[in-house]
Design a protein around this ligand. Structure first.
Ligand code: HEM
Length: 409
């Protein structure tokens, strides 16, 4: 590690500090080396090595235990807050058997085959985004390019009518704070409640519409499952639709944004990918590994754990899994893990999680990013990012991505 990359003293884990947001990787190096199961000031156990991160996500002794975990952090009354109540129904926060039931209801919409069939539509949306700006000579790669693709695709899948979509384009980039490992302030909870209530009201109307006039879409399927009696409650239905928006939007925008930034910071890799477009599938895995758009997830110990990386962890404790750190662990990537190498063999990033919660939209996100980046390289081959050294990062830690990424051609 070079001297500049070595953070001086200070807390090992301060994830919302500007320095950490700008470049978390030297901090991860320090955690993996000095204290691979670090206890944070909030009393969480923080796993930073690949071995433990991977184990915690797959091992049944770890689960979500969302309601109890939230009460421990915020107090008994927290489940009266609409946003927390809603999140408690997310499959992402559920344990079996609820998790199995909820995931089972939507999994068919995300099979490899179904997602492959979306390629022409994804290509169309990407081409439209470029058509809209090509004569301008400049754009913001986030707002003008990456941003609309994942929302449009989710809207298509859910069957959101065209004339309702503008709200989603305008409002869906603020939820990330809910995931950060630093408790929400009362103001943030109030704001999240308001957003959640708006979404609930909107979806109730849409469910009514789909009951009256069914379509060939996921909401129609889910409304039918709800009517089927004990498969899905109305609260679960709404919550999991909101989850699909949240989980599938910002993450994919950031995969495209972080990937483009990484390529432009490494001109040799950019040139290689332009010369050999067949490397794109591996390049996407490397982008996910190199600068993951999801940096962390977590589990709760469902029983006492005698030894995790040398520490004993009692039942009921939160273990945070640093995906972005595991992805750069030299124990798994011995060949210069801090280097972007689109030809790297055996890249298996943990960016989509693991175990029963493995990302439902992984293949969709990969294909969206593949088509978006390939099309951009082909149609705007001389595109340059205006300031590759000092881009403006969003202030959230778990969801890592750029606010803006202005580029010209
Ligand atoms: C680059 C893009 C994406 C990344 C990095 C990502 C990352 C993740 C991660 C890390 C998890 C697991 C969290 C855990 O284990 O606790 C997850 C779960 C999930 N993701 Fe993604 N995601 C992406 C895109 C998408 C898309 C496009 C969708 C849907 C349209 C989606 C839907 C979901 C859902 C529903 C879950 C919960 C699955 C479950 O609990 O069983 N994600 N994602």
């Amino acid at each position: 590690m070079n001297e500049q990359a070595q953070p001086a003293g200070g807390p090992l884990f301060n994830p919302l500090s500007p320095d950490f947001i700008r470049d978390p990787y030297p901090h991860y190096d320090r955690l993996r080396t000095i204290d691979p199961i670090h206890v944070t000031p909030f009393g969480h156990f923080l796993a930073s090595r690949h071995a433990e991160v991977s184990l915690v996500m797959r091992d049944k002794r770890f689960g979500k235990d969302y309601v109890e975990r939230s009460k421990r952090r915020y107090g008994e009354k927290i489940m009266d807050e609409p946003v927390f109540r809603s999140m408690s129904h997310w499959m992402l926060q559920s344990d079996p058997p609820d998790h199995t039931r909820l995931r089972g209801l939507v999994v068919k919409a995300f099979t490899a085959r179904r997602v492959e069939d979306m390629r022409p539509r994804i290509q169309e949306i990407v081409d439209q985004a470029i058509d809209a700006v090509i004569d301008r000579g400049h754009m913001d790669l986030i707002e003008d390019f990456a941003f609309r693709l994942p929302v449009t695709i989710i809207c298509d899948m859910l069957g959101i009518p065209e004339d309702h979509r503008e709200t989603f384009y305008n409002s869906s980039r603020d939820g990330g704070r809910l995931l950060d490992p630093v408790p929400l302030t009362p103001e943030e909870i109030a704001k999240a409640n308001a957003g959640n209530m708006m979404a609930q009201m909107y979806f109730q109307q849409l469910f009514e519409l789909r009951r009256r006039s069914p379509g060939d879409d996921l909401i129609t399927q889910l409304v039918q499952a709800e009517e089927d009696g004990n498969k899905l409650t109305n609260e679960e239905l709404t919550a999991n639709i909101i989850l699909l928006f949240g989980a599938g939007h910002e993450t994919t925008v950031n995969l495209i944004g972080n990937g483009l930034l990484a390529l432009h910071r490494n001109p040799d890799q950019l040139a290689l990918l332009k010369a050999r477009p067949e490397l794109m599938v591996n390049a996407i895995e490397e982008f996910l590994r190199y600068d993951s758009s999801v940096q962390m997830t977590g589990r709760v110990t469902l029983e006492d754990i005698e030894d995790l990386g040398g520490k004993r962890i009692p039942k009921g404790e939160t273990v945070l899994c640093l995906l972005g750190s595991a992805n750069r662990d030299p124990a798994v990537y011995p060949d210069r893990p801090d280097r972007l190498d689109i030809t790297r063999p055996n890249v298996r990033p943990l960016s989509f999680g693991g175990g029963i919660h493995f990302c439902l939209g992984a293949q969709l996100a990969r294909i969206e990013a593949e088509i978006a980046i390939a099309t951009l390289l082909r149609r705007l081959p001389d595109l340059r990012i205006d300031d590759v050294e000092n881009p403006e990062w969003r202030s959230t830690f778990v969801l890592r991505g750029l606010k803006h990424l202005p580029a010209s051609w």
